[in-house]
Design a protein around this ligand. Structure first.
Ligand code: ADP
Ligand code: MG
Length: 228
């Protein structure tokens, strides 16, 4: 391992993805390249149907490309076994969705600990880390609440804390502020960037919000299956 390999990185080369239709396959991603490093934040913009979510699914290793390569910290996740891939995803990638995907029967702190639960019993270090993250997102008073007892902005904060728990290389957010009012959206954006910087992660956010896009260090549009 040389020094360069210690720097969290995402390198995407020649990524293509089509979906079958009744007629010709629908080519959604076409020979797409992308390289990001620790601390980078990228807003991906583009009209509905341009392939933003498809790109995030593949970068998140939840779907496979037809061709091309994805390397996260010098590893091609699609070369791993199924169980290896699940462990890699849990360790390296944090997801934040518009509809937050919290588990309704679990409390706030339990939801944040889900990534640690996936690999065994959470350690006292995991618990401390979860409490610290919930403090940073301003939810210390809500650890035992259920998601149904929180506002939309509070749920999104829980989702952010959960995404950060494993100190991932890559944070992927699909319209994270899409359901929030403007001032809540701005607060959440600022929180996300602060926490991303604190763990040195790479952040990729799909957004329709110009405010959110402007807060990121880079902005790219998905056009004809490529990022420009
Ligand atoms: P965006 O997030 O930019 O709105 P998507 O990535 O969700 O776009 O979708 C891009 C295109 O691919 C759309 O035309 C969509 O209908 C199509 N698509 C997405 N997922 C599938 C799938 N699993 N099967 C078939 N078509 C899909
Ligand atoms: Mg989408």
């Amino acid at each position: 391992m040389n020094d360069a390999s210690a720097d969290p990185s995402l390198v995407v080369q020649g990524l293509s993805k089509s979906f079958p239709t009744g007629g010709d396959p629908l080519r959604v991603l076409s020979d797409l390249d992308l390289e990001l490093h620790s601390g980078d934040s990228l807003a991906v913009v583009g009209p509905s149907g341009s392939g933003k979510s498809t790109l995030l699914q593949i970068l998140g290793t939840l779907d496979r490309p037809d061709s091309g390569s994805v390397r996260i910290d010098q590893t091609d996740p699609f070369e791993l076994s199924e169980s290896g891939l699940a462990a890699f995803r849990n360790q390296k990638i944090g997801f934040i969705f518009q509809d937050h995907h919290l588990l309704p029967q679990l409390t706030v702190i339990e939801n944040v600990l889900v990534p640690a639960l996936a690999i065994g019993k959470p350690s006292s270090g995991d618990l401390q880390n979860a409490q610290d993250l919930l403090s940073q997102v301003g939810l210390t008073q809500r650890l035992g609440h259920l998601p149904s007892e929180l506002s939309g902005g509070e749920r999104e904060r829980v989702a952010i804390a959960r995404a950060l728990l494993m100190k991932p290389t890559l944070i992927l957010a699909d319209e994270p502020t899409g359901n929030l009012d403007r001032s809540t959206a701005e607060t959440i954006t600022a929180l996300l960037l602060t926490l991303q910087a604190s763990v040195g992660a790479i952040l990729i956010t799909v957004t329709h919000s110009e405010t959110l896009a402007a807060a990121m260090s880079q902005r790219k549009e998905l056009v004809d299956g490529k990022l420009v």
